[in-house]
Design a protein around this ligand. Sequence first.
Ligand code: FAD
Ligand code: NAP
Length: 322
Amino acid sequence: MAETRHTKVLIIGSGPAGYTAGVYASRAMLEPILVQGIEPGGQLTTTTEVENWPGDTEVQGPDLMIRMQDHAKAMGCEIIGDIITKLDTDARPFVAHGDSGTTYTADTVILATGARAKWLGLETEEKFKGFGVSACATCDGFFYRGQEIVVIGGGNTAVEEALFLTNFASKVTLVHRRDELRAEKILIDRLMKNPKIEPLWFHEMVEVTGTDMPLGVEGINVKHTKTGKITHIPCKGVFVAIGHAPSNELVKDVLETHMGGYVVTKPDSTATSIPGIFAAGDITDWQYRQAITSAGMGCQAALEVERFLAESEETDAVAAAE
Ligand code: FAD
Ligand code: NAP
């Protein structure tokens, strides 16, 4: 049944930024409501080993996110499985509409909606999505046991995905548009030592080829970035790992953004261009995009919300006394 819930702080998103904000806002007795969105736990639920979360030499991404969820809950954060479809930033309190029919009114909002995979935008990429073309090796790698696979990209995600896919594939070709990877050195080192992985430098995917009945990938066509020469690479799976774009749909028309849609925050702050709305994690971070930096910003946002609410109460009290 449709209902309206009011909270002092509405946290939108359940990645490291959202859950950390949940822990801090709960401990500040703000009784936060956290709405999880379509991907409870966020991006780390799409990976396996995480080796750079302090305190854990190695932890599985999905396990880490369950622990963060349990932690936020234990501190008193109310966690709701819903998706915010619209955020009214003109209203006071702010009004967020949930896909479930619930309306959330909030004195402050912490936006922690993160980022999601980018695609190349090829017609054939779209055609074979879910039928051989994927952006999530952990989700779909299992389907390609003993097969040849291609990974597109040269960042941490592409290299990690290529390494992970060697658990299943007979061969992984890493197609990159330059001859230099932007991934961390430790990952590049592992990639170069892996006999199942073959890098293909200076190439871009221009087409996915395959069958219609049944729909399935048979290979890709790649173009040499300098000579323009087209080469065909036979493969059964294509993993596109060319980066992520901020999930800014709720606010892109009302908040200031930059660097391709990342929400602008004030210097050394998570405050956005609208007082009372704070942004933390990958939604605002075009530079680092790490679990730990997102968690740090989630903490900062909750502390700033606490201060904002205290100052608003003081202003209200002064106005009432006059
Ligand atoms: P995200 O994790 O992106 O979570 C966003 C949340 O917002 C999701 O829960 C989503 O459901 C929710 N949401 C979105 N829209 C709405 C809406 N309308 N309503 C409600 N909720 C909404 N970083 C590391 O430090 N170490 C690693 O080893 C590492 N490995 C990675 C591996 C992969 C494959 C990927 C893709 C990323 C990896 N990263 C890693 C990066 C790390 O995952 C991100 O930096 C981090 O998850 C960002 O956290 P976040 O809280 O900002 O958002
Ligand atoms: P990224 O670092 O932005 O790298 C994207 C890669 O895709 C780049 O190599 C880029 O090439 C290539 N690319 C982009 N657009 C392309 C196009 N149109 N055609 C062909 N190639 C294209 O993205 P990411 O690897 O997804 O990483 C995102 C963030 O998450 C990073 O901050 C990363 O550190 C973090 N992350 C961390 C870990 C970890 O810590 N272990 C793991 C995964 C992700 P160019 O290099 O030529 O620009």
